[in-house]
Design a protein around this ligand. Structure first.
Ligand code: SF4
Ligand code: SF4
Length: 392
């Protein structure tokens, strides 16, 4: 979007408020400036020079979770999250809370594996101390080694298809066991799996910090290497990566990776969850925002869970309500993030389920943190772990 398009987009707002109906930051803080309509009004005033760029204004724009709950709600067709990305690019130098993260991300993204070594050291030394004092939020154990190595091709007997994985940073560095579970399922079902070493971050963290050009560089590298692959689908366990690649790459990076797909969609399309062994659990499901609002995938995970024998599925109230994670939002707006997460946990407990299933590594991180805060004993699993367990 160029400057002219951006300001004309913002000027379309008629202040109806439809966009704030499900806005988690507004519903939690009940503050107009922390809601979708307020943010669009502030950005409009900024582009018309009615408001100066300030730290306070940038805080309002960076407090958006980028959850997409306001997507498609605007009667005049404003793409609210794209307007917020543009606002962040313009305001990033006024956003003080993000300074350290911006520098760290710029320095580390070209060499994520070196950052991983530094993170592992930090996790063992300083992290427990800072976590106990409430300075930092819960982080899962850093993996002993990243999931991705050199180019990996996993062959199988009686091949029925060939897929690639878009691993994503969270699975690569924090949840490699989710990648292992996915590999196990795909190979046992006859899929040859390719994992590319050249994959880089999808760019979502960069965009969220207002580093648009850096996100473009990363996206274009992914587009280049993944579009060369001869596979039927490119699967991801992270709805944020999938949504950004599918919906946003065409808008900001001038291209797309057509074959990217969320694992739930792939499993239902290819009937991969049938004929599994029975497992006894009372399960409820939390819809990750980027999967339900961003990709419109709601039925598939339920179909999978209901299709596994022994699972008693209990629907929670408003399952698509955000858990409050939002990547860097959970670090920079800790209290707001925790308030939203605690509200979610209360709803989860009302179902009486013993297991909470979701499809997003980020939601798992957030809900594990809230679980510790609230003394909950619920088991939290990614849907891929449930499937792997039912496969034996
Ligand atoms: S993306 Fe989510 S948090 Fe941001 S304005 Fe829209 S609904 Fe609110
Ligand atoms: S829904 Fe659209 S027109 Fe209505 S307040 Fe939100 S941005 Fe403005």
């Amino acid at each position: 979007m160029n400057k002219l398009q951006y300001s004309s987009e913002l000027s379309k707002c008629v202040r109806c408020g439809a966009c704030k109906s499900f806005c988690p930051t507004y519903l939690s803080a009940l503050d107009e400036t922390l809601g979708a309509r307020g943010r669009i009004a502030l950005l409009g005033a900024l582009t018309e020079n009615k408001l100066p760029p300030t730290k306070e204004l940038s805080d309002r724009i960076f407090s958006c979770i980028l959850c997409e709950a306001c997507k498609d709600l605007c009667p005049t067709g404003i793409n609210i999250s794209e307007a917020i990305y543009q606002g962040r690019t313009d305001l990033k130098n006024y956003y003080r809370r993000g300074r350290l993260l911006r520098t760290a991300m710029k320095l580390s993204l070209p060499r994520m594996d070196s950052l991983f070594v530094v993170l592992k050291g930090f996790y063992k030394s300083l992290y427990p101390f800072l976590y106990k004092r409430g300075k930092l939020r819960y982080l899962p154990d850093i993996a002993p080694k990243p999931f991705k190595g050199s180019l990996q091709v996993y062959k199988c007997e009686k091949r029925v298809g060939r897929v690639a994985l878009f691993v994503g940073c969270s699975v690569n560095y924090l949840f490699p066991y989710l990648g292992d579970a996915l590999l196990h399922i795909l190979i046992s079902k006859g899929y040859e799996v390719v994992i590319l070493k050249g994959e880089v971050c999808c760019g979502a963290p960069m965009r969220s910090l207002g580093l648009e050009q850096e996100a473009v560089t990363l996206a274009q590298k992914n587009i280049r290497i993944f579009n060369k692959m001869r596979v039927e689908s490119i699967l991801s366990l992270c709805p944020t990566c999938t949504m950004v690649i599918k919906n946003q790459y065409p808008l900001f990076a001038g291209g797309a990776i057509e074959k990217i797909m969320d694992v739930n969609e792939f499993f239902v399309k290819n009937n991969i969850y049938s004929g599994l062994k029975s497992i006894r659990k009372v399960v409820t499901y939390h819809d990750p925002c980027h999967l339900c609002y961003g990709l419109n995938i709601k039925d598939e995970p339920r179909e999978i869970l209901r299709g596994i024998g022994g699972i008693e599925f209990v629907e929670m109230q408003n399952a698509e309500e955000c858990c409050g994670f939002g990547g860097f939002f959970s670090l920079n707006f800790k209290e707001l993030s925790k308030d939203i997460g605690k509200k979610k946990m209360k709803i989860i407990h009302k179902t009486g389920a013993d297991t909470l299933v979701t499809s997003c590594p980020g939601c798992i991180m957030q809900l594990e943190d809230i679980k510790r805060d609230t003394g909950s004993d619920i088991t939290i699993m990614h849907i891929i772990e449930v499937l792997a367990e039912a496969m034996g």
